[in-house]
Write a protein that binds this ligand. Structure first.
Ligand code: SF4
Length: 348
């Protein structure tokens, strides 16, 4: 396969056919650099060398009645995680401050659960207004589960910029990873959020036993939905969850998945999300030649590498951080040396 032909097709707005999409996933490891180079051509056209940083806050943790088999917060999980009700507006503001310090452009607030109550939406809306008053430039994305139409409208009115709701896997495979809600439930919430005027953020989780055809199908689904941001997660097999012993990914396979998503979603923000450090390992920088966005700091229930390491990686690649002033970020590694992300301070 001539990978540069796929680059040209993607840049010219042509979709890949099934044979080409499958060839990306079957790329020989010896050709990985050539594949990444072609995908980089697409990334560079739409995003130059900019990297968008996103900061994740688990604003309500654990105690979820759903049974998503990959999730440490599910009712089926025995993982020893922190469990707490929704954080106060002050705690959320403190996390937003941390997001700004680590040069994040977007602050992503996630609540565990099937979906929010109206009173939780009200609490989120108040917290969002508090954050926006202090940091108007900070984009806010919330992820609260399945939404009602009125809730989507209320979130938009409060100043929320984007709504995240991952499809995770294909409709065909969905029943194998979750039985308490359906793929169609998730698609309906995505539609409601978009109708309310919220920017759409929806992605996937790979490494759960999906087939190659599932991967191609998912990449095409996002192409059709034309979502603005696509977080691509790679399963972290957390002890205590049903998928604790599932190890199906290699760093090379992750790169091929990222390249396929880039070719089929050329101008969408592609974010390497959970599992970046765990699965890509030394290939993380190569991933950033394809994706244009990462989370900085920790994930919902697992640790990421330190913000200093992330900033060093971006700087050493010669990339720019979206919205940050290049001159001042040399100071950042020292400022964050040995530091981790935001730690929730719970009252006992
Ligand atoms: S992914 Fe969300 S809905 Fe599913 S178990 Fe985890 S917190 Fe609950």
């Amino acid at each position: 396969m001539h990978w540069q032909n796929l680059r040209d097709k993607s840049i010219n707005g042509e979709s890949l056919n099934d044979e080409e999409a499958t060839a990306v996933l079957n790329c020989r490891d010896q050709e990985l650099l050539a594949l990444a180079d072609a995908a980089y051509g697409v990334r560079h056209k739409y995003f130059g060398n900019r990297v968008k940083l996103n900061f994740l806050l688990n604003a309500k943790s654990g105690l979820c009645p759903e049974d998503c088999s990959y999730c440490a917060q599910a009712k089926t999980s025995q993982a020893p995680i922190q469990k707490y009700a929704m954080l106060s507006a002050d705690q959320i503001l403190a996390a937003a401050e941390r997001a700004v310090e680590t040069k994040a452009k977007r602050f992503c607030m996630v609540n565990s659960g099937r979906g929010p109550t109206d009173s939780e939406v009200e609490q989120v809306a108040q917290a969002v207004q508090t954050v926006k008053d202090k940091y108007p430039q900070l984009e806010i994305c919330v992820c609260l589960g399945l939404l009602k139409e009125s809730q989507a409208r209320d979130l938009k009115a409060s100043g929320v910029d984007a709504y995240n709701h991952n499809l995770n896997t294909t409709e065909q495979h969905y029943g194998e990873i979750c039985t308490t809600h359906t793929y169609q439930d998730r698609k309906a919430t995505l539609a409601l959020a978009s109708q309310a005027g919220l920017s759409s953020c929806s992605g996937c989780l790979f490494g759960m036993g999906e087939t190659q055809s599932d991967i191609v199908h998912l990449a095409r689904t996002f192409e059709k939905l034309n979502v603005d941001s696509i977080p691509i997660n790679f399963l972290i097999p957390v002890p205590g969850t049903p998928l604790a012993k599932t190890h199906l990914l290699t760093p090379q396979k992750c790169i091929k998945i990222l390249a396929l998503f880039r070719f089929l979603n050329p101008d969408s923000e592609i974010r390497i999300a959970g599992g970046r450090e765990f699965h890509l390992r030394w290939l993380q920088p190569l991933g950033l030649y394809i994706a244009n966005s990462i989370f900085i700091g920790d994930y919902l229930t697992t640790k990421g590498q330190s913000p200093a390491d992330d900033l060093n990686m971006v700087r050493d690649l010669g990339f720019d951080i979206e919205g940050a002033i290049p001159d001042d970020w040399n100071l950042a590694p020292a400022a964050f040396a040995g530091d981790r992300s935001f730690t929730v301070q719970l009252k006992v």
